[in-house]
Ligand binder design. Structure first.
Ligand code: NAG
Ligand code: NAG
Length: 269
């Protein structure tokens, strides 16, 4: 016998609750959407997003909250994790536009590589765990990173019109964080990845440990190579690359931790 998945959802009541301190507070990485911000955040972007339509009174939404908050944290800088509160009258237009029939309803918005501001919208029907959410979203993020072979690197550099960011890696997979950076700098820098098993590459770039990042720029004097020596994390890398290229408008600039001491964040650069 086929088992039908049980979708745990609260029924749709037009029951509006008073404003509250916030279901997803500013201490979480969840983006709270309103009709005013929905288009710019979710449509006018190259990032993939997941959006939860919820009601504060809904028990299944409360159960999902810690997992959703956790998923948002792991996807920082890679994909957008957002929410629309439907038991708030001003947001109701959004909830009806997306034909929300129960809470929580989760939808994935995947950028259409050809037509800007026209994402593919699909229902998320996976598990209600942070891991299931993260895995599903990661599988749908655009890949703007070019996988290179040793004999392709030179042409890739010569044909490009911006700085070339090359990740020398010992793994077959492109790290999500790196895919996120390629979206942050879409159109202003070129991102490539090459495996350390490609012949001569580590010698050519003087790299002995993997993963490593080399930024290659060209000017009248020729080619310049800049070896990145900081941590292979989104935040310091984003900062470092901003010295070579301009991030797109709306790039997911890493948030500065609220309580961090001033001036101590990026000293290794
Ligand atoms: C999306 O990516 C393209 C390049 O792939 C870039 O030209 C464009 O500016 C990006 N759009 C946004 C909104 O970031
Ligand atoms: C709309 O939904 C967001 C996200 O849940 C919420 O923060 C906001 O208070 C709601 N109402 C308005 C008026 O934006």
């Amino acid at each position: 016998m086929l088992s039908t998945p049980v979708i745990l959802a609260c029924q749709l009541f037009l029951l509006f609750s008073p404003a509250s301190a916030g279901f997803y507070g500013s201490d979480t990485a969840v983006i709270n959407l309103t009709p005013k911000t929905f288009k710019s955040e979710i449509y006018d972007t190259n990032y993939t997003s997941i959006v939860e339509f919820y009601a504060e009174w809904c028990g299944h939404c409360k159960n999902l909250r810690p997992q959703y908050t956790k998923a948002a944290k792991s996807l920082i800088g890679v994909a957008k994790v957002a929410a629309v509160r439907c038991d708030d009258q001003t947001n109701q237009s959004l909830c009806s536009r997306y034909d929300v029939r129960g809470y929580p309803t989760l939808k994935i918005f995947r950028p259409n590589g050809k037509i800007p501001s026209n994402p593919y919208v699909e229902d998320y029907q996976g598990g209600r765990t942070a891991k299931a959410i993260v895995d599903t979203v990661l599988a749908k993020i655009p890949n703007k990173v070019r996988r290179l072979k040793a004999d392709e690197v030179q042409t890739w550099i010569e044909e490009s019109n911006g700085p070339n960011i090359l990740l020398l890696h010992n793994n077959a997979n492109t790290p999500p964080m790196y895919k996120g950076l390629a979206i942050d700098y879409a159109g202003t820098a070129n991102f490539g990845i090459i495996r350390n098993s490609e012949k001569g590459v580590s010698k050519e770039y003087g790299v002995t440990k993997f993963p490593s990042i080399v930024v290659i720029t060209t000017d009248e004097e020729g080619e310049h190579r800049h070896k990145y020596s900081g941590e292979l994390k989104k935040e310091p890398l984003y900062e470092y690359l901003s010295g070579f290229a301009t991030p797109v408008e709306g790039a997911m600039a890493p948030k500065k931790p609220k309580k961090a001491a001033k001036g101590t964040q990026h000293e290794e650069l």
